[in-house]
Design a protein around this ligand. Structure first.
Ligand SMILES: [Fe+2]
Length: 490
């Protein structure tokens, strides 16, 4: 296979085959790199003569030419090549001398392979920004390098979160993993905050000392969590400014539309130095970016669920009064969702549709019994009162900002394709698509169940009725999909 010119080349040098393979396999997973291997310093230099390398990961203790000597030679040949050193026998003297000679990092075995691949990613980003000259001056201009590493880390956070999938669990997990990496912590957790009970519920926890972190550290931080929730800001604490803090900690609020729904908390061992402003900034970027990703999911899953719970008893009482079984809205929802899925609606649309179906007749709460429950034919005046339930429903939901989309769908669920429906007499494609779906599902369910003014039709009759009213009352394409879905079900 031809070598991809855009791919960065990484040389892995280690005499221990299993460690080499571990590193190579992990880097290969990223699919972004061309990987070379060498078993000692001499072989590594040979490889460097044949091919250009961007980054070298090298063991220190190797027979023949060891890692330190290789590092010195590499610096002479091409100082622009980044070198990460690894050793099983670390001493402060050794790591200082490796960094002085120009290694960009120094890891101790056994190392966390995720940590290594993360560092490789950040260093290569940094290298891409720096020119060869600035790399040569790198050791002198520590400040610039720091700044660039910082920027590279921020861009790493953004890119990584960009790639996350749709599930909340995955995003929470990714947040915790990344926080540990970018700000170098030992324990991290995402806690969801429940305002009513004023409690924090652990969602995801990662810690090398899980039991004591969960049972001691987290509970001891409650006052700090409260401060973060109240100030809506990320804060860092150490035992010097807060006696109850036994180990350094960073807490960032997780916010949706400026409402705090949780906390990201990162701790270091008590023996270690406090976090810095730079760490705080990484965590802040991470929390903000992840919150954005979570926003949609959380809105739909948790806030919607809460709201629906609130509305549930209300809906049940309307339905009982209206002589529908309690299951009416649920049946309409199931039929509508199946149709929407068959018509390839987006996930967001389907979530909106679910809520709108559950609440579509909520406006009936304001219709007097003698009108709503009248068995015989309605007068024009009574009919116009009934028709009001669409607009009343919309008004009931007005204060709830996050139900904007659903409110509109509810307003128009009695519009007709030919423009003779209510409340606005919209026609054709002017009627919101999801309202048109509800109209079909609602009519079908009404026809197949007993109503005050008539007995239930059987399914075949109801389906024929839908077909007969395609292009007048209903959108024909929706009726077609509805019939298909129902056929598949039977
Ligand atoms: Fe209705």
């Amino acid at each position: 296979m031809a070598e991809n010119m855009d791919k960065k080349t990484i040389l892995v040098v280690d005499d221990d085959i299993s460690t080499r393979k571990l590193i190579v396999d992990a880097l290969n997973q990223a699919e972004d790199y061309t990987i070379r291997e060498a078993e000692d310093g001499v072989k590594a230099l040979e490889t460097l003569q044949e091919t250009h390398c961007d980054l070298i990961i090298s063991d220190i203790n190797m027979p023949g030419m060891d890692g330190m000597e290789l590092l010195t030679r590499v610096r002479e040949i091409n100082p622009a090549i980044y070198v990460i050193m690894i050793t099983g026998y670390p001493t402060i003297g050794l790591s200082v001398s490796a960094m002085k000679t120009g290694a960009v990092d120094f890891l101790t075995k056994p190392f966390d392979i995720d940590d290594l691949t993360y560092k490789v990613d950040v260093y290569l980003r940094e290298q891409a920004i720096l020119t060869e000259d600035t790399i040569k001056q790198k050791m002198d201009s520590a400040k610039l390098t720091d700044k660039i590493r910082e920027l590279s880390t921020h861009s790493y956070i953004y890119d990584s979160l960009e790639k996350t999938g749709e599930s909340n669990e995955y995003i929470f997990q990714e947040m915790v993993d990344m926080a540990m990496k970018v700000a170098d912590g030992e324990s991290c957790s995402v806690l969801l905050y429940d305002e009513e009970s004023d409690e924090y519920y652990p969602q995801t926890i990662k810690s090398s000392t899980l039991k004591s972190y969960r049972e001691k550290i987290i509970p001891s931080l409650k006052a700090i969590f409260n401060e973060v929730v109240q100030k809506k800001e990320a804060l860092l604490f150490s035992s010097s400014d807060r006696p109850e803090v036994v180990s350094p900690v960073i807490c960032a609020p997780l916010k949706i539309r400026n409402n705090v729904f949780g906390i990201l908390s990162l701790s270091r061992r008590r023996s270690r130095v406090a976090f810095t402003e730079k760490d705080l900034n990484y965590i802040l970027t991470l929390a903000k970016r992840a919150s954005l990703n979570l926003e949609n999911n959380i809105l739909y899953e948790s806030i919607y669920a809460n709201l629906l719970d609130t509305f549930k008893s209300l809906i049940a009482s309307i339905q009982v009064r209206d002589h529908y079984t309690e299951e009416h809205s649920r049946r309409v929802m199931n039929l509508a969702v199946k149709t929407a899925e068959a018509m390839k609606c987006s996930r967001e649309d389907i979530e909106s549709l679910k809520v709108a179906c559950m609440l579509h007749d909520i406006g009936k709460i304001a219709i007097p019994d003698d009108t709503l429950l009248k068995p015989g034919k309605l007068t024009d005046e009574e009919y116009s009162v009934i028709k009001n339930h669409t607009v009343i429903g919309e008004n009931i939901l007005k204060p709830i900002v996050i139900l904007d989309a659903e409110r509109k769908i509810i307003r128009h669920h009695h519009e007709r394709w030919d423009g003779r429906g209510y409340p606005d007499g919209l026609s054709g494609h002017d009627i919101p698509f999801l309202s048109r779906i509800i109209s079909v599902a609602d009519s079908f369910d009404a026809m197949t169940n007993n109503r005050p003014y008539r007995n239930a039709m059987d399914t075949e009759e109801a389906l024929a009725e839908l077909k007969r009213n395609s292009d007048t009352q209903f959108d024909k394409s929706i009726v077609d999909s509805f019939l298909d879905t129902l056929k598949k079900k039977r």
